[in-house]
Design a protein around this ligand. Sequence first.
Ligand code: HMG
Ligand code: MG
Length: 321
Amino acid sequence: TIPDYVKIVEVGARDGLQNEKAIIPTNVKVELIQLLVSSGLSVVEATSFVSPKWVPQLADAKDVLAAIQNVVGARFPVLTPNIKGFEAAVAAGAKEVAVFPAASESFSKANLNCGIEDNLARCRDIASAAGSLSIPVRGYISCVVGCPLEGNIAPAKVAYVAKSLYEMGCAEISLGDTIGVGTPGNVSLVAVSYVVQASLALVAMLAGTVIPMLEAVLDVAPTDMLAVHFHDTYGQALSNILISLQMGISTVDSSVSGLGGCPYAKGATGNVATEDVIYMLNGLGVKTNVDLEKLMLAGNFICKHLGRASGSKAATALCKV
Ligand code: HMG
Ligand code: MG
């Protein structure tokens, strides 16, 4: 069985746009967010309060939040890597935040300039400050299946980080297959070649399996607080989502038109496209409250601005019908 209702967490305006080479004007981001809310999405991640030196694409976080203060109908969580970011987010009007530890030590250092334990301590500081302001905290775990630097990640490592997030009081834990290598099954391993840096081609054992990871996390955290966050680099996202739904998970992260990637995970393509997820869920008779046609307007808007074709197969096909 699968859940009757799935909550979609739309991450295009953050996870998507953080990885664009061009800097997107604030007003375009704001219009995208408004269009996404108009489609019925109830959670639209808006931006990140991270270092503008690390992610210049989101340097206008404060302005984006200011511009959407009066938009009703959705929650607008923002990413905060440390107390400095948390305080800036709260000052800008954020009512929900997200912390983002990794399950891989090397990726943690590349993405956050500190190791897993040090970063978990930062997350704890944020969780405790947020708790006293009644601000819900989402905890993302990146590299839950594979890491561009370390290869396969053991499910026990993911469960350890999930348990830490649960114990510090996170309201939701999102399991991120940052580089999209996971496959839906128990049978490991396939060798794939993965270019870690332009100059350095590494043949790594990257393809991991999703089920053992989910089982390990389900042992330490309640099913209803888990979310899955698949990138579609290897075309595995929808099948991984279906497996996750069959295991009882009912929150799915996705990105309009499949925008996205991660600046510290070279080669990672976008998140699974929200349009494709909605198309699948509609077909399965699962409620989402998202209007696919209106969602496609948001997708068309941002793709037109970026001058590129949609990364959503469903949107591309429906445009031709
Ligand atoms: P650092 O360089 O170690 O920071 O970066 P620092 O504490 O040494 O400070 C250096 C400078 O940064 C100082 O400024 C600080 O004030 C400033 P200076 O004195 O040089 O002028 N600074 C900040 N400025 C604005 N906002 C802040 C902030 N903190 C310090 N919050 C830091 C450490 C964590 C800040 C940096 O590594 C960073 O910003 N990392 C974020 C990277 C990022 O956003 N990655 C993408 C998101 S994760 C992701 O996409 C995965 C996910 O989608 C799940 C999945 O796909 O699997 C969530
Ligand atoms: Mg992501």
